[in-house]
Design a protein around this ligand. Sequence first.
Ligand code: AMP
Length: 281
Amino acid sequence: MRVITTIKEMQIEILKKKAEYKSVGFVPTMGFLHEGHLTLINKARQENDVVVLSIFVNPLQFGPSEDFTTYPRDFERDRALAESEKVDYLFYPAVKEMYPHALSNTVIVQERTDVLCGRSRPGHFDGVATVLTKLFNIVMPTRAYFGKKDAQQVAVVDGLVKDFNFPIQIIPVDIVREEDGLAKSSRNVNLLPEERLQAAVLYRSLKAAEAAILEGERSPAKIKNSIHQTIAAESNAFVDYIEILSYPELKTLEELNGTIIIALAVKFTNVRLIDNLILEL
Ligand code: AMP
């Protein structure tokens, strides 16, 4: 595995591989790797000749009162994990390398951002789309792998690739969970010990909603209400949002039908967690 820190070197290496007609699988991350990331890497490894993992905590996608500085980082640990997963190139640029000066162009996401994290994190998806536009031009992947944990991100990236004609196939990957159902996340380490136990409520409340829907409940308001009550029973958990929308369009539903997403965000003392279930009705 080679660690690459400059854009130029990354592009030169990839162009060499492309000249040999190699396929390139790309897994963009913010590091502090866990099994969710490793599943993406594994899939990329199975489906491509060359695997590129990027680790970059992108300041552009964090709001002023968000956790950019406290976002967990451990490069040496990540490097060892990437090596053992047989990553070929670990792209690890500094902020100055990616943003040497203020950008004169940024990507603004027009659709699918007035709901969920787009609403509670204004500008977040513009930051995501902007950094991915850069990363796609740097890594030039054949396929890029994204977790369904960030389901809205998958929908936004799909739109980005289609609108700007990136010749890249987007591969969504299922959510990897802890034994108690908590979705794996780099941010989980910032939960207080008692909050780590309480955090299982996200998945538990989603599964209870799924069971109610399978038993015939079709009122989004009633389902959201019961999720809210389940979460409110945990002393440190505060609901940021609970939404039930069509997927991937992310439109509000009066009646539940077709492919839907039940998505939620919950705040604890030092961390905000998200989770979702996508159901076919
Ligand atoms: P992050 O480092 O949090 O930006 O995540 C990098 C990629 O890993 C994104 O595509 C995430 O959706 C994906 N990912 C994060 N957590 C999980 C998980 N628990 N299961 C599957 N994919 C995940």
